[in-house]
Design a protein around this ligand. Sequence first.
Ligand SMILES: NC(=O)c1ccc[n+]([C@@H]2O[C@H](COP(=O)([O-])OP(=O)(O)OC[C@H]3O[C@@H](n4cnc5c(N)ncnc54)[C@H](O)[C@@H]3O)[C@@H](O)[C@H]2O)c1
Ligand SMILES: O=CCCC(=O)O
Length: 499
Amino acid sequence: MSESYHQTAIASLRDGNLFIKDAFIEGKWTAKDATFDVYEPSTSTVLGRVANCNREDIQKAVESAAKAQPTYFRNTTGKSRGALLRKWHDLIMASAEDIGTILSLENGKTFSEAKGEVVYAASFIAWFAEEATRSYGVTIPSSTPDTTLLTVREPVGVCGIITPWNFPAAMITRKVAPALAAGCSVVIKPPSETPYTCLALTKLAVEAGFTPELIQVCPTKDREAATELATNPLVKKISFTGSTGVGKMLARLASGTLKKVSLELGGNAPFIVFDDADLDLAVEGAMFCKFRCSGQTCVCANRIHVQRNAAEEFTSKLIEKVSALKMGPGLGLDDLSTQGPLVNKAAVKKVQEHVDDAVSKGAKVELGGSARQDSNGYFFQPTILSGVTKEMAVARDETFGPLAPIFKFDTEDDAVTLANDTEFGLAGYFFSRDVSRAMRVAHKLQVGMVGVNTGKISAAEAPFGGVKESGYGKEGSLYGLEEYQITKSITLGNLNAGL
Ligand SMILES: NC(=O)c1ccc[n+]([C@@H]2O[C@H](COP(=O)([O-])OP(=O)(O)OC[C@H]3O[C@@H](n4cnc5c(N)ncnc54)[C@H](O)[C@@H]3O)[C@@H](O)[C@H]2O)c1
Ligand SMILES: O=CCCC(=O)O
């Protein structure tokens, strides 16, 4: 395959204007002489060149967003902000094919997964369109006579948004929708691997009627420049999704001006199969949560722990299902690919290192085990390892690829101890038919999200976020709006004075 792969796909867009290479600053599409290359992972060829913003561009964007925000909040209600969000949602849904195509091209995930992500991304906008109208304060019985005490929720102000490439649409909308619903403005630094989806979504937000200055987008490959969002005093909140290392660094910088911070960071999810589980259900759960986006999701099962006497049967059932997966370009002509490429060469290298390390310490390759050799793209075979132990790198580090390592355990206590033996705490899964065990283990897992007898835990209404070094803050759900608000208390005193 060659560049003609993506040229054909871009030419097939119903609205070619959604494929945008410029930054969006001060309400205007802004071309830059400086650009960076964006790659198409199925072919490892350049998909296009996008504006490379510098620190001054980001400063301009922040200043403009800071000017626009108070007027937006003053002149709108929760209901009218909700209506704008609903319009944005509808425009995205009407362009789901085009955005899915762009998303698949820059990320590599299959077209059907990419379209699924567009729908998932839009669901956050629909959710927060409703939540915008439910931003309640409280009245509090005061301890002082003649006094009424109440609270109101106000927008925090300008929000700096930094997101990763694995969900180019959903990670943007999960942050931007609640920010706009709350009455904030945003300055987005989209991932340099996948900026096009964010730029297309922004165009539709402006078409929906949002004041353009409320949503500024500064693509950049210059990480130093991007830290402006964490240090600029006009930015009042930073919402970051990405690796734990970068998240900690941004939190340190943000502490200089005491910004509000949300961090959605790396994971190392345990996936436990007890011997009383429905093994077919467990395999189905593992297929979804391990191989979605070719294993590149933060809530992916990273370690599969199976009770010893169920391990053989579970492994053979998993091998059968994984053997049926089909690697191929996201926009394969036959539309039969289930597994797109990984995002880049470094991602392929990391998976290979995890396989090699495990094998060198005694693990057995049951399936796959290497990168695809007959392609220039970043494909890695869906892989299953058995005989994996806690001494192996895959037990500690997030693989972020299509590698299912199977560990064995004996007792429930062992399973919980192994599962919690990590500094991360994003998601955890287990399968069991025993209701008491379901509650017991769900309470004992040190994670922010638990899936019991399911590998699917993500939804607009579900609180999303981790504990330990997977970060803090909740996205989506009834908690997602308050991440972009401050609670102000108002004390009305001496109500009877002068009577
Ligand atoms: N918890 C969640 O909700 C969640 C969701 C998706 C991904 N993730 C995590 O994200 C990671 C994968 O994404 P990644 O490789 O893109 O992560 P990353 O931390 O390298 O990058 C994330 C974002 O931060 C930017 N960035 C990187 N270095 C920066 C710096 N020095 N200053 C400012 N910005 C900087 C990147 O350009 C990108 O936009 C995985 O660890 C995954 O688990 C977490
Ligand atoms: O990669 C992390 C986000 C994926 C999800 O929302 O399920």
